[in-house]
Ligand binder design. Structure first.
Ligand code: SAM
Length: 231
């Protein structure tokens, strides 16, 4: 459970609505049980249930542990379609991605940028679900780039200067490197893949194309596979 409001531990907190339902129905928790809790961008710890009614739960909270370290990665991702975006946001938060650049590309539908799933509160909700899953508290930083060319010409070269820069693209490219110690910038394409022009632009910006082999993975599968190999 993550607290995203002002909160100073140790403290007694009363939860209702979604969090109460989550504790009661998913965790099937009872009075006296202890749950993992954390403060957004802060410490993690434990919450002991001191009272549980039909509408609310009271926790005695102690926060005393650092969250897991984030992965030193800038993930560049061509904006997925709304349903996939939700799952992808959860996955990147669960896996500890530090920064996410959502970019436009040729095979991203323009209408995807208008989707309600991109509203700030909806994005935050998915990220929180992802963080809770990993007992993490560090919110990934998200940047939005609605035009490919300025991103590729101005921002991508800067990212490539400060990290090892890779673009995942099916084809006869070197395999994805494993167990990296250095910061990585990784670009993942849309469902239809990057077009040749975009790969050329990434290469001009200092990115190296890499492959995951013959099998073409869906975006939501490619991301965890790439991250698990890289780190
Ligand atoms: N038909 C598209 C193509 O050939 O590029 C497939 C795109 S795939 C569904 C979506 C993205 O996941 C790709 O743009 C790439 O970044 C990544 N990806 C999936 N499978 C991959 C593979 N075997 N090698 C490298 N990247 C892969």
């Amino acid at each position: 459970l993550l607290f995203d409001d002002d909160f100073i531990a140790p403290q007694q907190v009363v939860l209702r609505d979604r969090r109460f339902q989550h504790i009661k129905q998913i965790h099937r928790a009872a009075q006296g049980d202890t749950l993992g809790v954390g403060q957004l961008n802060g410490l993690t710890g434990q919450g002991k249930i001191t009272r549980l009614t039909d509408q609310e739960v009271e926790l005695q909270v102690t926060l005393d542990k650092e969250p897991p370290a984030p992965l030193p990665i800038n993930l560049i991702l061509a904006l997925p379609r709304p349903q996939m975006l939700k799952r992808t946001l959860q996955t990147i938060a669960t896996m500890g991605v530090k920064t996410l650049h959502l970019i436009h590309s040729n095979r991203v539908e323009k209408s995807f940028w208008q989707t309600p799933q991109l509203q700030e509160d909806k994005v935050l909700e998915e990220l929180l679900l992802g963080l809770e899953q990993a007992k993490d508290t560090t919110l990934p930083h998200i940047e939005y780039h609605k035009r490919f060319r300025p991103f590729a010409e101005d921002i991508a070269p800067q990212l490539a200067q400060n990290s090892k820069a890779l673009v995942a693209h099916p084809g006869p490219y070197p395999e994805c490197p494993q167990k990296q110690q250095q910061p990585i910038t990784l670009a993942v394409g849309p469902e239809g893949g990057f077009v040749d022009y975009e790969i050329e632009k990434f290469e001009a910006a200092g990115f190296e194309p890499i492959s995951l082999g013959q099998r073409i993975l869906r975006v939501e599968t490619a991301i965890p596979v790439l991250l698990a190999k890289l780190f």
